[in-house]
Design a protein around this ligand. Structure first.
Ligand code: HEM
Ligand code: HEM
Length: 183
């Protein structure tokens, strides 16, 4: 599955997973804040929830597939020209991004599953992902808080991630460009 990698690029599978996940995550962040902000008594309050939940579950599936590919696969060597601290910082941000992806999707699923009125997650009317926990308002609120906390952490991590990528691409000159490794 994870084809041999040219030394300076991530494998095709990881690149596809990276960009598909990034697109879904950015959309979920925008959609999540937008829908949560709609007044509780508005008639359209819950219109967008099923879309958010269904794409959230697709992301969970992508992560479950991506983790073993990332852990077991062949990866490019650290980008040349990076100072040791830059490399360490980039790796730390990557690990935290993985933690945020796992925490966001699991907390979303568990918030839903423990929610009193949830009857599973409808996947575009095709099938339903069942709830997996007993109902509990207490736990639903806890998972909700975790979801909100990681949403903001995600934004900070994403800013750090993009700052690193564009620093190497724009400020450090062509031979330091790390974007090519992910294209
Ligand atoms: C990486 C994946 C996800 C991201 C980035 C994301 C992002 C967000 C954001 C930014 C909010 C608004 C938070 C707030 O204003 O406090 C939100 C709310 C919500 N998310 Fe997610 N979400 C993800 C996955 C999921 C999943 C998998 C589910 C459920 C299956 C889910 C269910 C919900 C629900 C029900 C709310 C509304 C909570 C409320 O009414 O305040 N999310 N999400
Ligand atoms: C929420 C969105 C994103 C997440 C969660 C994310 C996550 C990650 C992770 C975990 C890695 C490490 C490689 C891997 O394990 O796959 C990575 C690498 C990378 N990402 Fe992102 N990323 C996101 C968005 C972006 C965006 C928008 C860009 C560019 C504009 C970008 C550019 C890169 C590049 C160039 C690398 C390779 C860095 C290197 O090896 O030095 N990422 N990303």
């Amino acid at each position: 599955m994870n084809s041999p990698t040219p030394l300076n690029k991530y494998s095709f599978v990881l690149r596809m997973l990276h960009w598909a996940s990034a697109l879904i995550i950015v959309s979920l962040l925008i959609l999540g804040f937008y829908m949560a902000d709609i007044a509780p008594d508005a008639s359209n309050k819950y219109d967008l929830y099923p879309l958010h939940q269904a794409f959230g579950m697709i992301l969970l599936l992508l992560i479950l597939f991506r983790l073993p590919v990332r852990i077991k696969g062949v990866h490019p060597k650290p980008a040349p020209h990076l100072k040791q601290w830059e490399h360490t910082l980039a790796q730390l941000v990557h690990i935290l991004l993985y933690l945020a992806m796992i925490s966001m999707t699991l907390s979303g699923y568990l918030m839903n599953s423990t929610y009193e009125y949830s009857q599973g997650i409808k996947m575009f009317g095709l099938f339903t992902v069942p709830d997996i926990t007993p109902k509990s308002e207490y736990w639903s609120n806890i998972f909700h808080s975790i979801h909100s906390f990681f949403a903001w952490s995600f934004i900070l991590l994403l800013i750090a991630h993009l700052a690193g990528v564009f620093k190497h691409r724009i400020l450090d000159g062509k031979e330091h460009d790390v974007l090519q490794r992910m294209l």
